[in-house]
Design a protein around this ligand. Sequence first.
Ligand SMILES: Nc1ncnc2c1ncn2[C@@H]1O[C@H](COP(=O)(O)OP(=O)(O)OP(=O)(O)O)[C@@H](O)[C@H]1O
Length: 213
Amino acid sequence: MRELPLLEARAIAKRYGDTPVFAELSLTLQAGELVALIGESGSGKSTLLNCLAGLDHIDAGQVLLQGQDLALLDEAGLAALRRDKLGFVFQAFHVLPHLTVRDNVGLPLLLQRRRDPARVEAMLAAVGLAALGERMPRQLSGGQLQRVAIARALVHRPALLLADEPTGNLDARHAEQVLQLLLAQVREQGVACLLVTHSERAAAHADRCIRLG
Ligand SMILES: Nc1ncnc2c1ncn2[C@@H]1O[C@H](COP(=O)(O)OP(=O)(O)OP(=O)(O)O)[C@@H](O)[C@H]1O
C-alpha cells in the first residue's frame, strides 16, 4: 500500500479578483522527497506556497497535510499546524528586526516551548553564521539574512519545508552549502521539501520538478 502523502493538493484553484493564478492544480509530496517548483516570474509559485501553508485561502479544491484538511481548521488550528509541522523560507525573509540572529533562529523552538540552545548553535553553524549569533538583523547582508531564515525554518525539524527561492541571494558557495543542508534534511530526516527556484543547479538536486504556468 502506498504511504499517505505528507502533503496533498487536490484540484486547487486560486484567483485574485477575476484573475486566475492557477486552477485544477494537484500535487503530492512524500516524506523524504525534494520537489522543485519552477515557472516564470508571476506564474504563481509564491501564491501556491502560501496556499499550501494555509496562509492564503484557496477558491476550490483541498489541501491536506498529513491527511488533515486545512479547510477544516480555524485560525488557531492552522497556526498550531504551521508551528509544529512547517518550516517556511519566505522570499522576503521575514526576519524579526528587534531580535538577535540567535533569537530569530531559536524562535520556532520557543513557540513550541522547547528551548534547545545546542540545536540553535548547530543550525547557525550549518548555515555558516556561528560567529554572528549576537548581531541584529540590520547588521547583516541580504545573503546572511537569507541564511538566518533557512536556519529558522529548519531548527524545529519540521515535517514539511516550503522554501521560496532560498538560494536567490546567495553566492555559488553559500548556495551550494544551503542546498546540501536542505538535501541532508530531506534524505536523513525525511523532511518533505517544496523548493521554489529559478536555478537549474538547485532544480538538478530535486527528485522531481513541477512547472507552473
Ligand atoms: N495579493 C495579491 N493581489 C492581487 N494579485 C496578486 C497578489 N499576490 C500576487 N498576485 C498576482 O498573482 C500572480 C502570481 O504571483 P506570485 O507572487 O505567486 O508569482 P511567482 O511565480 O512567485 O513570481 P516570482 O517568481 O516573481 O516570485 C502575479 O500575477 C501577481 O501579480
